[in-house]
Design a protein around this ligand. Structure first.
Ligand code: F6R
Length: 607
């Protein structure tokens, strides 16, 4: 996720771009840059936040009425000055900014290198600029259209040419992009807040749209090349609301981002109906056969993604698996050797304990794989192999969309290894692949009923404590559900194996207790149902999260929220959503500071 802003008109463009970038900084902030077409086509960019760019610009005299800016959240290539956007074409006649991922960039890059082109950066973006230049014969729009036909993936791009001082061209495919309309001036942006100071009239582009923008005109062609008119909308939000996409908090926005996050996390990882993890291609079957044990190590929410990993790795790879909290692991003397595979999971990639655990594992000879969100972070740099989850920046302290992406990517990696080892039948792979593709829609179906959860949450004011119970993967989810609730609502919550409740905690259950029973794991459904009955016998209040069609549960639980049917092993990706929503709405009904809960920080870089 990156932020794009652009302007064409009569005003000086630089202040407009800087102002827009500042408002888009929540979309990415590891580097930033601008390209301005004045006398010349000039790019200034730097690693770091917009502030660093402003410092850098003090030494430049950038004047012009047409320009684009970019704030980056790295996906391909470390966050540094060279990889920062905008990117020039080889001759520096074309400039591109880009948000998203070009899936086939390596193929395209190889082709262009073969033809004798020399690249400057590690990004997928530069390939776009070079490709457009290949096709450029004096008409930028035509060149972009031709390049567009060759690009696979999800992206939004804005392109300028040194020879065309009266326009820029933008493309929107799966990544967001809007056009803002002014009088004798027009704007583009990844998101509304960037341009809200200047205009409230916007066009939300459709997937596949290619648009030529001059100061007086906006011409749109759809994915089939037909000239189309898109409706102009009036924005009612204020700037602060707009930053959160109109949601009251970043946390809620990030939960609602999850259908897209699920799509992005699997992008390029399922090819021709089969699991492929290009980042792990070089791990050989011989190496995999030689592994004797697997560890998942992480903290907090990332640790809970590791608990899911444990269940899946045991099932699909038939190996002993341990999942460990990093702060414990680092001070033990774990039995690790060269035949150990160590997964390290981290959203930020900077968590001190996780880093220390990784270093210990490496020292003892384990092979390490990082499941990481922040590109170029310490964990990403230090592991032997990194698989990015592509969740985009997570602003709310409580992790939501990163968890969904972590669980999904862990599953994809394990299934890929199982396939390599011949442990995944063709029919099983086929069924899993088609279910992966169905997950975004199923996640959306849950979000579409978020009001049911909000209503239930509004009835929980007197609840003093909460138990989350489940078995197998539902138990893994119960841990994450409980953590979310305690973090942001300050209600005491515990995740417990459903079968373990009667070995102690049942003594605490009273009419003031809320029990959230997760019962989606089909093989153990009936067993969890019996545990729910035990709770009901003690007058505890039960909210059940169950799979659609399992109506028996309604007779026992006080309220049932149904999640769509999916393959059991993929259920955590979507079944966590109602748990995140319940935590959110309970905290909201108590009027708490949801995005910045007391005593907590987003990145824990202390012990
Ligand atoms: C919970 C939460 C924390 C983090 C933990 C690890 O919502 O955000 O528990 O999951 O601090 O952080 P990362 O994943 O950055 O290593």
């Amino acid at each position: 996720m990156c932020g794009i802003v652009g302007y064409i008109g009569d005003k000086e463009v630089l202040p407009i771009l800087i102002d827009g970038l500042k408002r888009l900084e929540y979309r990415g902030y590891d580097s930033a840059g601008v390209a301005i077409l004045g006398e010349d086509l000039k790019v200034v960019k730097t690693q770091g936040r917009i502030k660093a760019l402003e410092e850098r610009l003090k030494d430049e005299d950038l004047k012009g009425n047409l320009g684009v800016g970019h704030t980056r959240w790295a996906t391909h290539g470390a966050p540094n000055n060279v990889n920062a956007h905008p990117h020039y074409s080889e001759s520096k006649n074309i400039v591109v900014v880009h948000n998203g991922i070009i899936e086939n960039y390596l193929e395209l890059k190889k082709m262009l290198v073969k033809e004798g082109h020399d690249f400057r950066s590690e990004t997928d973006t530069e390939v776009i600029a070079y490709l457009i230049e290949e096709f450029y014969e004096g008409d930028l729009l035509e060149a972009v259209k031709k390049a567009y036909e060759m690009l696979e993936g999800s992206y939004a791009i804005a392109v300028m040419s040194k020879d065309q001082k009266d326009c820029f061209v933008v493309v929107r495919k799966d990544s967001p992009l809007i056009v803002g309309l002014g009088k004798g001036e027009n704007f583009i942006a990844s998101d509304i807040p960037a341009i809200l100071t200047y205009t409230r009239e916007i066009i939300i582009l459709e997937n596949g749209d290619i648009v030529k923008i001059t100061k007086d005109d906006v011409s749109v062609w759809d994915a089939n090349g037909n000239s189309v008119k898109r409706p102009v909308q009036q924005v009612q939000w204020n700037v602060e609301d707009a930053k959160k996409g109109g949601f009251k908090h970043f946390m809620l926005k990030e939960i609602f981002d999850e259908p897209t996050v699920i799509k992005e996390a699997m992008r390029g990882r399922i090819k021709n109906g089969s699991f492929e993890i290009p980042e792990l291609e070089q791990i050989s079957v011989d190496y995999l056969k030689n592994i004797r044990q697997i560890f998942f190590v992480a903290c907090g929410t990332a640790y809970h993604a590791g608990v899911v990993g444990k269940y899946l790795a045991e099932k699909y790879l038939k190996l002993p698996v341990q999942v460990e909290v990093a702060s414990e692991f680092r001070y033990r003397d774990p039995m690790i050797d060269g035949r150990t595979l160590l997964f390290v999971i981290s959203q930020s990639g900077e968590t001190t304990d996780t880093l220390a655990a990784l270093r210990l594992g490496k020292k003892k000879g384990a092979k390490t794989i990082g499941i990481v969100n922040v590109v170029g972070s310490s964990v990403a740099r230090e592991v032997d192999n990194v698989v990015y989850v592509h969740a985009g920046p997570e602003i709310a302290v409580a992790s939501t969309k990163a968890y969904v992406a972590q669980v999904e990517v862990v599953a994809l990696v394990l299934l890929y290894f199982a396939k390599k080892l011949g442990l995944l039948s063709v029919e099983n792979e086929k069924a899993l692949v088609s279910e992966f593709f169905a997950l975004p829609e199923k996640a959306q179906a849950i979000l579409d009923r978020s009001n049911e959860i909000a209503e239930f949450a509004s009835t929980t004011k007197t609840i003093e404590e909460t138990f989350y119970i489940g078995r197998n993967l539902d138990y893994a989810l119960s841990l994450e559900g409980a953590l979310k609730l305690k973090e942001i609502s300050y209600v005491h919550a515990e995740g417990y194996p459903a079968g373990e409740l009667k070995h102690g905690p049942l003594a605490l259950v009273t009419p003031q207790s809320l029990i959230i029973a997760i019962d989606t794991y089909a093989p153990l459904r009936k067993k969890t149902l019996s545990n729910i009955k035990e709770v009901k016998a003690r007058q505890g209040r039960v909210l059940a999260i169950a799979t659609k069609g399992y109506s028996e549960i309604e007779e026992v639980a006080d309220k049932t929220f149904y999640v769509p049917q999916t393959i059991d092993d993929l259920s955590p990706v979507i079944s966590v959503i109602p748990l995140q929503l319940i935590a959110y709405y309970i905290a909201e009904s108590r009027g708490l500071d949801i995005d910045k809960p007391r005593n907590l920080a987003k990145s824990v870089t202390v012990e």
